[in-house]
Design a protein around this ligand. Structure first.
Ligand code: A3P
Length: 287
């Protein structure tokens, strides 16, 4: 049965959040003009998007690194699929930093033809699910439901950005169409400096040792939790309910073990494991 409620709508095989984007707007993205210098961050929701948005802002902008600029990372690296602040992308200076949760087949065709660069960040789907569960209490844009009900929808792909497996498999299978770097949340946690260097290398950005130190220092969970440019502190209150926690929640690997029962874990594995084993990515459950 197709899920249709006031929170989500289905567009070309995947689900989007109602009220903050529309099918008509999404229709325009196919022909969105890509520049060679564009840097796209693509994620399935709750996989470390805001973290990587902040890292990219820190890499590209000295003022972000040294704290002299107040620009929020969501404005530095706006969402393409949810254009919350009505950015006119065509008027932005290059290099443009752009984030999205789109499946590979819905991104602008220029990007699919190898123009621009893509960083795809992925995370253990059990941690994604748990993070999504908590986020749905914090944001007003998602339905707040019991974990059990949410898990069934997640396994069925009836959540924002559709099926996790389809999203990851799609991007992974079409990697040759893109200029793409895959990174996992777990490796970023394990070796933040190494991950920052990987990103710099991929983007051809040469930072000094001190600049890399500043990026790493400002991208730690503790720093970001206090950084209002990165932690959604200024996000509109019709989108998030600031009285119900904060965007940066726990930021750990393996939190699913604190939430999922043995039975839920078995059910999850029953649906996901076979396809996950075929993916060229490994996700650890603890560091
Ligand atoms: P948790 O809910 O597990 O804490 P997204 O930005 O894609 O929505 O992902 C949100 C998740 O990334 C949240 O996970 C959030 O706490 C985590 N996160 C954000 N910044 C982080 C950082 N600097 N280090 C580790 N995790 C971070």
């Amino acid at each position: 049965m197709e899920l249709s409620n006031e929170y989500l709508f289905k567009y070309k095989g995947t689900y989007f959040v109602s009220g903050i984007t529309t099918p008509d707007y999404l229709d325009t993205l196919e022909d969105f003009e890509i520049r060679d210098s564009d840097v796209f961050l693509v994620t399935y929701p709750k996989s470390g998007t805001v973290w990587t948005q902040n890292i990219l802002s820190l890499i590209y902008y000295e003022g972000h690194r040294n704290g002299t600029e107040e620009i929020e990372s969501v404005d530095r690296m706006p969402w393409l699929d949810y254009n919350l602040r009505n950015v006119d992308f065509s008027k932005r200076e290059s290099p443009r930093l752009i984030a999205c949760h789109l499946p590979y087949y819905l991104v602008p065709k220029g990007l699919r033809n190898g123009k621009g660069k893509v960083i795809y960040v992925l995370r253990n789907p059990k941690d994604v699910l748990v993070s999504y569960y908590h986020f749905s209490k914090f944001t007003r844009t998602l339905e707040e439901i019991d974990f059990d009900v949410l898990m069934e929808r997640f396994l069925d792909g009836k959540v924002v950005a559709g099926s996790w497996l389809d999203h990851v498999e799609g991007w992974s299978a079409h990697r040759d169409d893109f200029n793409i770097l895959f990174l996992t949340y777990e490796e970023m946690k394990k070796d933040l400096r190494g991950s920052v260097l990987k990103i710099c290398n991929f983007l051809g950005k040469k930072l000094t040792e001190e600049e890399v130190d500043a990026v790493v220092d400002n991208a730690t969970f503790d720093k970001m939790k206090k950084d209002r440019r990165a932690n959604y502190e200024n996000m509109e209150s019709d989108i998030v309910d600031h009285t119900r926690g904060s965007f940066l929640r726990k930021g750990i690997v393996g939190d699913w073990k604190n939430t999922m029962t043995v039975a839920q874990n078995e059910r999850f594995d029953h649906v996901f494991k076979k396809r996950m084993e075929k993916l060229p990515f490994k996700f650890c459950d603890e560091l």
